[in-house]
Write a protein that binds this ligand. Structure first.
Ligand code: PEP
Ligand code: MN
Length: 338
């Protein structure tokens, strides 16, 4: 059961709801987002008197949510949620393509990449300064120095930055450097302590799907973030591991309509880490848009063959620009823009 409060709810009104729930033998859990404040009622729901709760000041509605995930469930919020990054809306009528290199490497590489992202018409930029690599001997990212390089390059084109947080100890650094969107990578989808901490911020979060996570596990992971009060969550499907070895991962296009039905949060697709080869990226990206994705996260490098990580899957700036044109045509058929 969740109690959705009116947008201008006061602390007193909230406390009255919490007290009422305790009187009924329920444990209240408050999730205070920027736009919505939601109180979860934990315990035996049969004892809840819905009418007496709805009569309290500040209560918008009481919803019985049958799913184990509550705040992220569409059952609790029929209308699709949009996530705002500066003046950019994710999950609205316009699709958002977030592009950039796998890793931050050098100032010159980042400047050229930012130029390519902006020239292709993308409104947000991605790059990793802290890299989760399979081998401890592979390039691990430039760390804080990389974050600063990224910020400097992206700000030349007024592009908000999307970058991966791996370690909870770096969260304050991400916040003080004003990272616009925190990416939680595949390998950390169920790092619950990390999820709880980003849940305490209001910074938008891209939550990538775990390598072999079910959709329900993924939704529960998002609920950890939402439960803390951060309702700015974007789901990102990036391919799952299967028996097939002809490509890096299998893009689960089926997850798009399923997620759009199960959650009101935006859903984007990463075709780069799915296919693992640049030549597959346009086909997967087109399929994702046709299936209803709200956007894409795409790897692009000014000189793909020289990339320090994921060189095989990086598009060139020209290929990214070409792809944007194709996606525009598909989006238009669906009544969406790019
Ligand atoms: C990435 O986006 O650079 C990345 C490491 O992705 P994933 O977590 O999907 O492997
Ligand atoms: Mn990568």
């Amino acid at each position: 059961m969740i109690i959705v409060m009116q947008s201008k709810v006061t602390d007193e009104q909230l406390h009255a709801v919490e007290d009422k729930l305790r009187d009924m033998g329920m444990q209240p859990h408050v999730s205070r987002g920027i736009e919505r404040t939601v109180v979860g009622a934990i315990g035996d729901e049969r004892v809840i008197d819905i009418e007496s709760l709805e009569a309290l000041h500040g209560v918008e509605k009481v919803v019985r949510v049958m799913k184990p995930y509550k705040i992220v469930a569409r059952e609790s919020h029929e209308k699709s949620t949009t996530v705002r990054v500066r003046d950019i809306v994710i999950g609205g009528q316009s699709l958002q393509v977030i592009a950039g290199p796998c890793s931050v490497e050098t100032d010159a590489q980042m400047r050229a990449a930012a130029q390519g992202v902006a020239a292709a018409g993308c409104r947000l930029m991605r790059a990793g300064a802290f890299k989760p690599r399979t081998s401890p001997y592979a390039f691990q990212g430039l760390g804080i120095e990389g974050l600063e390089m990224f910020k400097a390059a992206a700000s030349e084109y007024n592009l908000p930055i999307v970058t991966e947080l791996m370690d909870v100890r770096m969260l304050d650094t991400f916040l003080s450097h004003e990272v616009d969107v925190i990416q939680i990578g595949t390998r950390n989808m169920q790092n619950f302590d990390l999820l709880k901490e980003v849940g305490r911020t209001h910074t938008p979060v891209i939550l990538k799907r775990g390598l072999s996570a079910t959709i329900s596990e993924w939704l529960m992971a998002a609920e950890y973030i939402a439960a803390g009060g951060n309702h700015n969550i974007i789901f990102c499907e990036r391919g799952v591991r299967t028996y097939e070895d002809a490509y890096r991962n299998m893009l689960d296009v089926t997850a798009i309509p399923v997620l759009k039905r199960e959650t009101h949060m935006p859903v984007i697709i990463d075709p780069s880490h799915a296919g693992g080869k640049s030549w597959m990226v346009p086909a997967l990206a087109r399929a994702a848009v046709a299936a209803g994705a709200d956007g894409l996260l795409v790897e692009m490098h000014p000189m793909p063959e020289q990339a320090w990580s994921d060189a095989d899957q990086a598009l060139s700036p020209e290929e990214l620009a070409g792809l944007m044109g194709e996606l525009q045509a598909i989006a238009a058929v669906l009544g969406r823009g790019l």
